[in-house]
Ligand binder design. Structure first.
Ligand SMILES: [Zn+2]
Length: 302
């Protein structure tokens, strides 16, 4: 067993890594999801949802639909994005993934143009234990009149240290190669140094881009995301529940470096986490990266 304390490089939040081999959440039980009698997000059932706010069309019908959330956390400020007309699609199979990521950008632009909005959260829940109530692939956009806690902590560090905190961290990680999973022309994929969930992965542009709003390399980003999710699923299970988050600054704040997080939901928070607000993670990122690299090399030589 190994036990150590890590600080999140962007927020300085402490996490406890208590790696116990026998407690590994490797193989997940395949959870049977309850299927709705008629899926409101499937192609052909558009009449079951409110009218769309935005749509991306393909050669034979829509590819992505944005609709108002029927149960909004904040009224008029909460979108549901139907990621694909196909019920069984996921980030590793959606053919138009670049267009889905571009839709995220369009909705960010839309909400940041509204009065009183400070931050727009874009996220995606997959599987019931990741918070998804409908199994059909979908994302959400939620605009808030305040800055969220994580973003505030990150910004405090950017301002205090007056440097590209994530950019500097990425450079160090690329030199060390202890947690890097893959590198493409413009993006780095690495295991989170102080993860919130086992196998938490970050995808970040190498250069300092403050917001997804200023991103235009969607094909490369989509391919990177697709490969990463496919790899996680081939190791942790096809039905892997996980969250995708887009950590991105408002367009008026250029002093930030955006990134995506993939958070596999293979463990649950207990009393310790709720009492202390410190999280215990049972897999060290250095071990997780070795396991995932091994899967990658095995697939390459097949
Ligand atoms: Zn469906």
């Amino acid at each position: 067993m190994s036990f150590f304390i890590r600080e999140d490089p962007l927020t300085d939040d402490r996490r406890i890594i208590a790696s116990v081999r026998s407690r590994r959440p490797h193989i997940l039980k395949e959870v049977v999801e309850e299927e709705p009698v008629q899926c409101p997000f499937c192609a052909g059932n558009e009449a079951l949802t409110p009218r769309e706010l935005f749509v991306v069309k393909g050669k034979s019908g829509w590819l992505v639909r944005v609709i108002p959330n029927k149960f909004p956390a904040i009224p008029h400020m909460h979108d549901v994005i139907v990621d694909s007309p196909k019920h069984d699609d996921d980030l590793d199979t959606i053919e138009h993934l670049d267009k889905l990521l571009w839709t995220y950008k369009e909705r960010l632009v839309h909400y940041y143009n509204q009065d009183g909005i400070k931050y727009v959260a874009v996220f995606r829940n997959r599987g019931r234990s990741a918070g998804a109530s409908i199994p059909h692939p979908h994302s959400q956009v939620l605009a808030t009149p305040f800055y969220p806690r994580r973003f505030l902590k990150e910004k405090e560090k950017y301002e205090r240290e007056n440097r590209d905190v994530l950019g500097d961290f990425l450079k160090k990680e690329l030199e060390l190669q202890e947690r890097v999973l893959s590198v493409s022309k413009n993006f780095v994929v690495l295991m989170s140094y102080a993860p919130v969930t086992p196998y938490e992965v970050w995808i970040a542009p190498k250069d300092k881009v403050s917001s997804l709003i200023f991103e235009n390399r969607f094909e490369e980003l989509a391919q990177t995301l697709k490969d990463t999710v496919a790899l996680l699923k081939s190791f942790l299970g096809e039905k892997l529940p996980y969250n995708l988050t887009v950590q991105s600054a408002p367009p008026w704040d250029m002093d930030y470096h955006y990134y995506l997080r993939i958070l596999p939901r293979v463990s649950v928070f207990g009393g310790f986490e709720l009492e202390t607000e410190n999280i215990i993670v049972s897999v060290a990122p250095e071990e997780a990266v070795m396991e995932l690299r091994a899967v990658k090399y095995a697939q390459r030589t097949e």
